[in-house]
Ligand binder design. Sequence first.
Ligand SMILES: Cc1cc2nc3c(=O)[nH]c(=O)nc-3n(C[C@H](O)[C@H](O)[C@H](O)COP(=O)(O)OP(=O)(O)OC[C@H]3O[C@@H](n4cnc5c(N)ncnc54)[C@H](O)[C@@H]3O)c2cc1C
Length: 484
Amino acid sequence: MKNEEAVIDNQRVRVQFPPRNPQGKYIVYWMQQAQRADYNPALDYAICLAQQSNLPLVVLFVFTTVPDAVMRHYLFMMEGLWELAQGFKQKKIEFYCLTGDPPQVLSEVARHALELVTDMGYLDYQRKWRRVLQEKLRETDTGYTEVETEALIPVEIVSPKEEFSAATIRKKITRQMDMITLSANKGTYTVVKQSEIKLQVPFCQPTKQSWSEFCAWVFESLNLGICLEASSCYKGGRSQALKHLQTILNERIKLYATQRNEPSLNIQSNLSPYLHFGQIAAMEIIQHLSEAGGFNMLQLSQMIEQKKANDDFIQNYAAFAEELIVRRELSFNFCHYNSNYDNFNCLPNWAKQTLLNHLNDKRETQYSLDRSLQCATDDPYWNAAQKEMMETGKMHNYMRMYWGKRLLAWFDSPEEAYQVLLYLNNTYELDGRDPNAYAGVAWCFGKHDRPWQNRPIYGSVRYMNAAGLNRKFNMPAYIKKQGL
Ligand SMILES: Cc1cc2nc3c(=O)[nH]c(=O)nc-3n(C[C@H](O)[C@H](O)[C@H](O)COP(=O)(O)OP(=O)(O)OC[C@H]3O[C@@H](n4cnc5c(N)ncnc54)[C@H](O)[C@@H]3O)c2cc1C
């Protein structure tokens, strides 16, 4: 599909049925996962459709409760939506926030629409929303289109099956990387026809309210459970994401390969919360990365494959691209093809078996969830990592691995440790509840890894201990940084 500014790669269009009622009065874009105007192929598609059918476009976001999401997540997301709404106003795009069960409320609004376009979600509840919505839209003869916005290359194009590890998916990705930039539009739209439709459901327009009115409207509509404070370090929104992007490109990238893992330093990009809420697209990050490094997609794919090359420049860019492209796409592959992505049964047989073989091994000690939450275990590194996560909403990547694996030594069964880890990660990390969250937790228990030397409790699942941290990193500096 084409207009003057946007070219949508048709391979990104995932599910589609055409409208059967040509009398539809507008196009609806349901913004769910991709909460951005830029580098958003689904929004581009909706705009093209509105232009081609000469109909107005209405962009909708639905606030609802989702598993494990707490106040911290909502605030971060709302900061992003608030900024986005101001941008839409300038572009004369109508943007409404609704509340309720998404399929229910959307099908009511879309009843008189020609077509509803939406983005892509990989978790069970997101897929269910889209499934139920489709059923309802069929009843009203409204068309439906789903466009891939999150994976850089649509998962089914990368591979028709669940991949075993990064090693098995890497080549499948690198040989198709030219797809990444095909629909990398910068969101320079022409104004679409205005509708001024009268919504028959409760709504708010962030541009017509103060920030505190917007917050009051959202919080009154939702019952949020744990009242966790906002992150002390991260504020939501595209402008913030772009600042983090500039910092990694201008300063940190030159140390990324060698220093990224040092927990006492901050050499990572810190982009994961923004990626998780769709406030920035991985596509955009890669485009900036390739401009900063002066290479094209073909060269980047070669760099990823030769990342052990004896060249600092290649090593740094390739290491970052490995994480953002290969590891992240592996997580999408995992959640797409493994229906048990959120529980112990997702593990490969060797990992399940070895952990269950050691079920009766004596645990090192046992802690209640409360004691863990108070950062009061006997492991100072674990406590420091937990504190970092609880206060800032983002734990250092290397510490996540150590922190996750320690739970195996403290809980009676690996299944219990698995669920506690998911709970902690998804409740406290700003980037939690992401495909990367599920893949990261599963990795601690052997997913996407291979068997290692056999030992108590862990069996042949890779083991990490404090001595390893001490040997490799400046752990006193990390502890001090967390104020312990
Ligand atoms: C137990 C455990 C839990 C995790 N939970 C999450 C989570 O909830 N959400 C989350 O996004 N990531 C999670 N990860 C993966 C990884 O730790 C984070 O993606 C990374 O720390 C995010 O910080 P950053 O953006 O500064 O990373 P950078 O190092 O700057 O990397 C850039 C981007 O690459 C991707 N990336 C980096 N590392 C990984 C990885 N190991 N796997 C997949 N993609 C990666 C992310 O999108 C990240 O934003 C988890 C890992 C483990 C071991």
